[in-house]
Design a protein around this ligand. Structure first.
Ligand code: AMP
Length: 290
């Protein structure tokens, strides 16, 4: 595995790979790698010849009162984990390398962002779209892998790729969970022991909601209320949102008779957790190339 710190070196390598007709799989991350990330890496190996992973805590997707400074970082362990998962190139640029301060154009996401996390994190997805636009160009990826844990991100990236015709295919990968159901996340380390116990009720609530839909419930208002009550009953977290929307267009649903997402965000003392489940009325949970 080769570690790359500069754009110059990365573009030189990706240029050579393209000349050699290699297909490139790309997994963008913010590091502090866990099984959620490595599952994306392992998937890439089944799609593409070469695997590029980036580790970059992107300041532009953090709001002024968010956790950019204290976002967990562990370069050495990340390098070991990446090597164990046969990463070919690990791109770890500095903030100055990615943003030398010469921007002439700003990206602004106009759809799919006035709901869910976008509502309470203004400009978050502008930052995501900006860094991914740069990384798609630099890596020249044929396939890019995202986790459905961040389903709104998948929906926005799909919009970005469709809008600007990036020649990259998005592969959406199901959420990887702890044995008790908690979605794996770099931020889980900030949960107290008690909160860690409570956090399992996010997914339990989503599963209950899914079952209601499979049993024929079509009224999203009813289901949202039940999910809220369930989470409030079982945790001391503060609910940021519980919502049911179409997926991936993220439109409001009056009556459930199509593929929808049930998504929740709950603020615990030091960690804001998100989770979701994608449901067809028949109960299938689809994914893959979107
Ligand atoms: P992050 O480092 O949090 O920006 O995540 C990098 C990528 O890993 C994103 O596409 C995430 O959706 C994905 N990811 C993070 N946690 C999980 C998980 N538990 N299951 C599946 N994918 C995940």
């Amino acid at each position: 595995m080769k570690i790359i710190r500069t754009i110059e070196e990365l573009t030189s390598i990706t240029g050579q790979l393209k000349e050699a007709n290699k297909t490139i799989g790309f997994v963008p991350t913010m590091g502090y790698l866990h099984e959620g990330h490595t599952t994306l890496m392992d998937q890439s190996k089944t799609y593409a010849d070469i695997l590029i992973v980036s580790i970059f805590v992107n300041p532009r997707q953090f709001g002024p009162n968010e956790d950019f400074e204290r976002y967990p970082r562990d370069e050495k362990t990340d390098q070991t984990i990446a090597a164990e998962h046969d990463v070919d190139y690990l791109f770890m640029p500095s903030v100055d390398e990615m943003y030398p301060g010469n921007d002439v154009v700003t990206l602004h996401v106009t759809d799919r962002v006035d709901v869910l996390c976008g509502k309470s994190r203004p400009n978050h997805f502008d930052g995501v779209a900006t860094v991914l636009t740069k990384l798609f160009h630099l890596t020249r990826a044929d396939y890019v892998f995202f986790g459905l844990k961040d389903a709104q991100q998948v929906a926005v990236v799909k919009g970005l790729v469709d809008t600007f015709n990036f020649p990259v295919k998005i592969i959406a990968v199901p959420t990887v969970r702890e044995v008790d159901g908690l979605a794996k996340s770099s931020r889980n380390v900030y949960l107290s022991d008690k909160e860690r116990q409570e956090a399992i009720y996010l997914f339990k609530a989503l599963k209950e909601a899914k079952q209601l839909i499979i049993d024929g419930e079509k009224n999203p208002v009813m289901i949202k209320e039940k999910v809220k009550k369930y989470i409030e009953h079982h945790t001391n977290g503060k609910i940021d949102y519980v919502d049911i929307l179409t997926f991936p267009s993220l439109d409001t649903v009056e009556k459930i008779n199509q593929q929808i997402i049930i998504a929740v965000a709950v603020q615990f003392t030091k960690a804001r957790l998100i989770d979701n489940i994608i449901v067809e009325p028949s109960g299938t949970v689809p994914y893959a190339i979107i």
